[in-house]
Ligand binder design. Structure first.
Ligand code: ATP
Ligand code: MG
Length: 293
């Protein structure tokens, strides 16, 4: 732990609590990182992190998801591809409680019915979500963003009186290293590049040690180098977390799957194909609806 990290850890919470409130990020953001009491602990004994069974979502009669079934195993890195409008983001909306399906079930582990939980409860039992646009607190430093994401209790009282423990500082340092921002810990998040902001947001999600991470087009707008580093980051997370990565960038998907992982192709709200990237790329129906556009 470097001295300036320690110093940053001692920053009075009330100083940046005010900044958080003035920050340009959405009000629900801090809440989404918050831990909440939940009805029970997820049971992962069977190695399944998430199970969607025949999930249907209709918008004015249009089926954005059409009897979608999908299983994500514990520690698995699963790439999901599909043309615009295939239902990829809607699927994440359903898993995180933002959208309620008309039909079907969504089970976390083998026992938690996610359809019965609210968005903040779902975030609190280990499901983190990264939206396409980075949503970090621009006026806070990188360190402060991670510190805030780490706090279980964000009430003003807790913010005023709590001090970071050695273990908490170690966790922040570990995540800073992982997301390539150790040297930028004291920089205001608003000054980071687009790619660095994306990494910071991923780091903020990791502070909560999520079991399942949902990442919607995480490398959109990144440089080639940033994209490659992001793939390395995700590969290093594989096994420790389940990752569901929605992406259009096939070179990135190729790097993530390393020629040996299953890719899921969504089309019109259902699974069109599943297999190695090379297999789905050679699948005529996939070529027709997606790759051949
Ligand atoms: N709130 C909504 N109201 C009405 N229609 C919606 C709503 N959300 C999504 N849709 C429609 O549902 C379909 C699936 O959208 P979704 O955003 O899930 O697709 P996607 O696979 O994420 O596409 P993209 O690759 O462009 O991000 C689209 O036709 C979209 O217009
Ligand atoms: Mg989308």
């Amino acid at each position: 732990m470097t001295p300036d990290l320690l110093e940053a850890g001692a920053v009075k919470r009330q100083q940046y609590q005010a900044k958080v409130e003035a920050s340009n990020s959405s009000g629900g953001r801090a809440a989404a990182f918050g831990r909440v009491l939940t009805p029970g602990l997820p049971d992962f004994a069977h190695g399944v992190a998430l199970y969607l069974d025949e999930v249907t979502v209709s918008f004015d009669g249009f089926k954005a998801l059409n009897s979608l079934s999908l299983t994500i195993n514990l520690g698995e890195l699963r790439c999901i591809i599909g043309p615009n409008g295939a239902g990829k983001t809607t699927m994440m909306d359903v898993i995180t409680g933002k959208t309620r399906p008309d039909k079907g079930s969504v089970t976390y582990g083998q026992n938690i019915d996610l359809l019965r939980l609210r968005e903040n409860e779902i975030a609190g039992i280990g499901i983190g979500r990264k939206f396409q646009k980075p949503t970090v607190f621009e006026q806070l430093t990188v360190f402060e963003n991670l510190e805030l994401a780490q706090q279980a209790d964000r009430s003003p009282r807790a913010s005023l009186w709590s001090r970071l423990s050695g273990a908490q500082l170690d966790q922040i340092a570990e995540i800073l290293t992982l997301i390539h921002l150790l040297g930028a810990a004291q920089i205001q998040a608003g000054l980071l590049s687009h790619g660095q902001k994306q990494w910071l947001e991923i780091g903020m999600l990791l502070m909560q040690s999520p079991t399942l991470l949902l990442l919607d087009e995480p490398v959109a707008g990144m440089t080639d180098e940033e994209t490659e580093r992001t793939a390395e980051l995700f590969l290093s997370l594989e096994g420790k977390h389940s990752l569901v990565v929605v992406e259009h960038d096939m070179a990135f998907v190729d790097q993530l799957t390393q020629g040996c992982k299953q890719v899921t192709v969504l089309h019109e709200g259902s699974v069109l194909a599943e297999g190695l990237l090379s297999e789905v790329q050679a699948n005529e129906r996939v070529v027709e609806v997606y790759l051949g556009r």
